[in-house]
Design a protein around this ligand. Sequence first.
Ligand code: DX5
Ligand code: ZN
Length: 228
Amino acid sequence: MRSVLRRRGGVLVAPSILSADFAAMGEECRHVLGEAGADLLHLDVMDGHFVPNLTMGPDLCRCLRRALPEACLDVHLMVEDPGAFVEPFAKAGADHVTFHIERVAGREAAALAGRVRGLGMTAGIAVNPPTPIEPVLEVVGEFDMVLVMSVNPGFSGQAFIPGVLEKCRRVRPMLRPDQRLEIDGGVNPSTVDGVLASGVDVVVAASAVFGVGRGERAGAVRRLRGEQ
Ligand code: DX5
Ligand code: ZN
């Protein structure tokens, strides 16, 4: 099964390619999914408006799909108008698309999740650190995954915000066995234990994986999965 997010049980590690060497992207991704043993790739899409940075778009996703036909591609849309990018990323071979509750909420969020799933992908809803969890809980049944942000999005390498773990503890009991809880930002070997204890089962990490030497990445992935 290409989309490991549809698989039940176990902790999945999702390196964010934001901290990879962009000039060697294919090789970096092949290494992290192969030798380093990560489960999926997390693509941080930023538009310079919803967050103060510019990163990548559907073209990179298409190239990764072509280079790594079996890879599960988890697209995190940090953009003003996520609805405009759902079809382009589906065509580019994404397996999963997450958009933010700060941009689309309520009935509109449910409808957009339906569009994502209608295109054969799974759907996620993300929530930034200052945003309360309640609007997510209202629509949680419509999604395959909830993404709790543990930094204010925009850049990798920021410090983990421990207060967001309370949101994870609130969401976890509301999820069905086929739904997942993802966290993103500042997760590393020193913060991961609290993260896993709060019920998270998909761990995103950019600097803790791509920011260390290739020889250390397998150990980092195991540690982020809660092993050792
Ligand atoms: C937020 C992005 C994250 C971020 C993670 O800006 O959505 O994926 O790059 O970076 P680290 O793991 O280095 O905090
Ligand atoms: Zn992300």
